[in-house]
Ligand binder design. Sequence first.
Ligand code: ADP
Ligand code: MG
Length: 585
Amino acid sequence: MPIRILPDTIASQIAAGEVVDRPASVVKELLENAIDAGAEKIEIEVMQAGRRLIQVTDDGSGIPADELALAVSRHATSKLSRAEDLFNIHTLGFRGEALASIGSVSRLTLITNTRQNPVGAKLTMEGGEPAETSSIAAAAGTRVSVEDLFFNLPARLKFLKSDTTENKHITGLVTRYALAYPHIRWSVTQDEKLTFQTTGSGERLEILQALFGPSEAGKLMPVNFEEHHLKVEGHISNLSLTRSNRKDITVFVNGRWVQDPMLTSAVIRAYNTMLMVGRYPVAVLFITLPPELVDVNVHPAKAEVRFRDQDAVFSGVQRAIRRGLLAFTPIPDLNATRLWGRNLPDTGGPSWQQGCFSATDETNKEVIESEAPTSSHFETSQRQPALPGSYLPLLRLVGQVASTYLIAEGPDGLYLIDQHAAHERVLFDQLMAQFDAKSIPSQALLDPVVIELTPEKAGILEEQLDALLNLGFEIEEFGPNAFVVRSVPIVVEKSDPRLAIEAIVTAFEEDETPLMAKAEARVAARVCKRMAVKAGQILSEAEQRNLLLSLESSPSPRTCPHGRPTMIHLSVNLLERQFGRQGAV
Ligand code: ADP
Ligand code: MG
């Protein structure tokens, strides 16, 4: 084919691909425009998760009738005129591309009125072709309606997820912007149901409560930090509120929501050693710094930024969070407060906490400041770094409590063992040892099991088929979205293979175990979690003994593969102190 210049409509559809990839990204561009227009009230309405309709109404400045056609042309913006201004941007928009892009992949209607004019103006655009501007009665402000998104790009439509997922992205987006702009009155209506609303009071905590519920919101602590040009404010979770992934770490830079791995990891690092492996904090942070120190023009959807001095921002964010944590969390671990099922207050000096940890402010600071990764707090505080290779001593089984924990005696005191976590560890170690030795005994199923999955889950499973095969699961595709399981590793032979597969695809959707580099280890961790004995399951004495024996031979018996503790150790020394036998006057 000869080289030729693409027609405008195709060029804008290509450009649109970068800006608009799902309904939520349309919502993002439109609400950013409304914020830039100085709106005090922004209403978002969607039908069928935005496929049918996305409509954003604001009471901002409006667009003059004679500029309306320009607003929907590419590279047309009122927010930037000179190249120098690119490094001094005070608005969310500046690329002049959003409306043109959206208009090229939908049926777009703009109705707008500035405060000066008695009548308003209306413009429609379909698949990139704008019609004439006409006059219409309209309230001051702007209403942008986007109908039949991607009607002319059916391939794009196929990439959209379920309505529930797309709707979740939309509410997730709007609630975050509501947090960043609490003085604006926000509302979201989805399929004619009001799903989110704020009062515009400026109270961030009010919105946090709507977002997380009062109980979780109560576990968020304020951050207020200022250093040189850098300001960091917002809320972070205390140690009793964590997540299995980093999705609830939200960072705004100069009023712009950014998904920057560097900033997210700064937040996580600030919690280093304070949370269990595989657990992540909740954080909503607003970083402000002079616009000339941030380059916002590095990503088409403006979701990433670059900093003039990245290290300063990274360490500033870490300091801000650590300071917040130290101010509000005098005792770094909460495991101990749950001993014997009693809920002791988080702070103060009840005997268990004091006894277990001899926690003084000094030791806490050290624990927090220490950079050494440890697998659980309990061990950190006891100054026993959880080194891999810390085998257990021989244990004497005492019995089972609450059908959930084993009690055992060792030469150095009492062990309370979580049977589920311990079994998870044992299964995982067995499977991984066999994997490392490249000999996984696997058992062919007499009746191969056929499993049907949703397309999304089928996709997840497909990606893991190699890893599964390496672990002894022989699974083949069996028609669209169906699979047949032909053999399973002996270790999990007794369980229903359906459960194992279901566990793999579900867990991969919602969870991540960043510390395990190998795909096989991640898969094995999930399978073992599902296959392990449950809490509440009565075990025979032989089963209890077997579990202890296997745990004794594990090289890292103190945590489950997901990093949760498998056991609590109460030393003789601690028991003596608790009973007043030592140090008693
Ligand atoms: P950008 O926001 O990057 O300038 P857009 O394509 O999103 O580009 O918008 C183009 C122009 O249309 C904006 O610069 C602004 O002048 C005008 N505009 C868009 N939406 C609104 C709105 N809701 N209220 C007032 N003006 C708007
Ligand atoms: Mg814009």
